[in-house]
Design a protein around this ligand. Structure first.
Ligand code: KIV
Length: 273
């Protein structure tokens, strides 16, 4: 096997992601929130499964990620862990579970790890939450940072537009990324920032940088599974590539089923006991 290809059997660990960056092998990451989807992604060879707080939008139908609770994230993470053998599973710490108080942040992270058996947590923010991240890291829990567009702060910024276009915000983002590396995070998600800035961050830090709407100059890519499979048709940002149109396929299948039930064609004698 070439050193530049993913080994489809070896368990993915945080250390392995750093090795992948070192040898220039791109990292693939997608979200999942349930057992069956996680099993499909894992068997397809995805490197990292993110139990994202985007579950608040795509699973629960909320307009933001804010309402999802720690209990709900743990429920999703447990289901994903049961369907995953090879991929590294990272769980988002939900809004309100880590911001105010580093002791509470540690207690939330410990609950995620203990109850779900997941392997790492992801936290939105930089210098403002440094103490919380440090406390979690001190307990031996791997942490992935998340900078740029941080959806949990939607009420502060008021839009989901591209972030860090201004020099001051870009400079803070680079500083935050270096700080996250220095205190021991194993990777960082950069969301919706200019591609050149993301490339610079990926060059200046040694931990993997995973982009979403951050261009191709980073160490890997993450998308929300429901968006890239076309299950969620209402979300079409420029950075999204759709690999399937499952909403249409499911709609056709359901319409055929309805027609067969109504006409009496289903079930046939062969499908009966
Ligand atoms: O919650 C999520 O799905 C995420 C990704 C968009 C990175 O944080």
């Amino acid at each position: 096997m070439s050193t530049n290809t993913t080994d489809n059997t070896r368990k993915v660990t945080t250390r392995r992601l750093v090795e992948m960056k070192k040898r220039g092998e791109k990292i693939s990451m997608l979200t999942a929130y349930d057992f069956s989807s996680a099993k499909i992604l894992d068997e397809a060879g995805i490197d990292v499964i993110l139990v994202g707080d985007s579950a608040s939008n795509v699973m629960a139908g909320n307009t933001t990620t804010l309402p999802i609770t720690l209990d709900q994230m743990i429920y999703h993470a447990k289901s994903v862990m049961k369907g995953t053998q090879r991929a590294l599973v990272v769980v988002d710490m939900p809004f309100g579970s880590y911001q105010g108080n580093s002791k509470e942040a540690l207690a939330s992270a410990i609950r995620i790890m203990k109850e779900s058996h997941a392997e790492a947590v992801k936290i939105e923010g930089g210098s403002e939450i440094k103490e919380s991240i440090q406390r979690i890291l001190c307990a031996g829990i791997p942490v992935m940072g998340h900078l740029g567009l941080t959806p949990q702060s939607i009420n502060k910024f008021g839009t989901y537009n591209v972030r860090a276009r201004e020099e001051a915000e870009a400079a803070k983002l680079i500083e935050d990324a270096k700080m996250l590396e220095e205190i021991g995070c194993f990777g960082i998600v950069l969301e919706k920032i200019p591609a050149e800035l993301a490339r610079k961050v990926a060059e200046e830090v040694n931990i993997p940088i995973i982009g979403i709407g951050a261009g191709g100059g980073v160490d890997g890519q993450v998308l929300v599974m429901h968006d890239m499979l076309g299950i969620n048709k209402d979300f079409s940002p420029r950075f999204l590539r759709r690999y399937a149109n499952l909403a249409e396929i499911m709609n056709d299948a359901v319409q055929n089923y309805i027609a067969d039930v109504k006409s009496g064609d289903f079930p046939s004698p062969k499908e009966s006991y």
